[in-house]
Design a protein around this ligand. Structure first.
Ligand code: FE2
Length: 313
């Protein structure tokens, strides 16, 4: 087995790290975990290519072999509609192929988020469908050079997110998870109790939808090794949080309720586009992504594409 790094001038480390191998991925992951974790720490994303991984059950076995605890989707406050394939594995997002899912840190718009993500390509897309990856620390550094006051405001004030959730799942939207599913409740009273515990504000809409606003969450985060990251959902919210219930520009404010202007976000969006690496999937590929260090998204696609995901606590 060989380990190679994709040379890139997008960050100080090669990104993503590529482990080219053959044979059984579960055995490789259990035998080489310290080396994989070192690559992940340095690069933020590791692509395993060329291993023998015929289906979701093998992917599940590979995740189990890696040996870290599962982050259960059912208990998360993710707003994407997902379908479980095995205990730990689910479809990455049920949003239609033409929908772009913009760069984000998984569930950074909620107080509960996974530390890492596994992706597995079961069926490579015919056209499009790459997973863009972007180093969040590099993005923040470049943004701080261009707009130091803005970065200081994000760091100081944090951010609040507002979503309107339907009463039943709406798979036609990238953020169509129902409030019943998200909060693991059936009745309004239990929804309110859960929101209260989590520090959310809320409002019931006439059509049975629920408008909920998060407590102040950090928009900039310092990692244990001192790297600072743009750990938030702002890019995805500004570019993509619009459907028949949500308007992107009203979905986010600073933590003190003051508005974030689209022109403020333009620089971050432009830098993130320039930094993105498009992971063009091949069937059997597995990617491990550090959710604190790297943002991910999904390009639109045509034809069949099946990318499964799993989250680590
Ligand atoms: Fe995601």
């Amino acid at each position: 087995m060989t380990e190679t790094m994709k040379t890139s001038n997008r960050s100080d480390a090669e990104f993503p790290a590529i482990v080219a191998g053959e044979g059984d991925l579960p055995s490789y992951l259990s035998e080489h975990k310290p080396r994989i974790d070192a690559l992940l720490q340095k690069s933020g994303a590791v692509l395993f290519r060329g291993f023998d991984l015929p289906g979701a059950d093998n992917f599940d076995a590979a995740i189990a072999a890696y040996g870290e605890p599962n982050f259960p989707y059912a208990e998360s406050l993710s707003n994407a509609v997902r379908v479980n394939v095995t205990d730990r594995v689910f479809t990455a997002n049920e949003a239609p192929p033409s929908t772009s899912i913009y760069l984000h840190h998984e569930m950074a718009q909620t107080p509960i988020y996974p530390s890492k993500l596994f992706f597995y390509c079961e069926i490579a897309p015919g056209k499009g469908g790459a997973t863009p990856l972007c180093r969040s620390d590099v993005l923040l550094d470049k943004l701080a050079e261009q707009a130091p006051d803005l970065v200081a405001a994000f760091a100081e004030k944090g951010v609040r997110y507002t979503n309107v959730l339907p009463p039943e799942d709406d798979a036609g939207s990238g953020q169509g998870r129902s409030w019943r599913s998200m909060l693991s409740v059936t009745e309004r009273e239990s929804a309110e109790a859960r929101l209260n515990d989590l520090g959310y504000d809320w409002q019931w809409m006439e059509d049975g939808s629920l408008r909920m606003t998060s407590p102040r969450l950090d928009a900039v985060r310092m990692l244990p090794d001192g790297r600072k990251v743009f750990f938030n959902q702002l890019i995805a919210a500004f570019r993509g949080w619009s459907d028949k219930r949500n308007e992107a520009s009203k979905s986010v404010t600073f933590g003190d309720g003051t508005p974030i202007m689209p022109e403020d976000m333009a620089a971050a969006i432009q830098i993130s586009d320039a930094l993105s690496y498009d992971l063009e999937w091949q069937a059997g590929d597995v990617a491990l992504v550090d959710n604190f260090l790297v943002m991910h998204g999904r390009r639109p696609f045509a034809g069949k594409r099946r990318v499964l995901a799993s989250l680590i606590l």
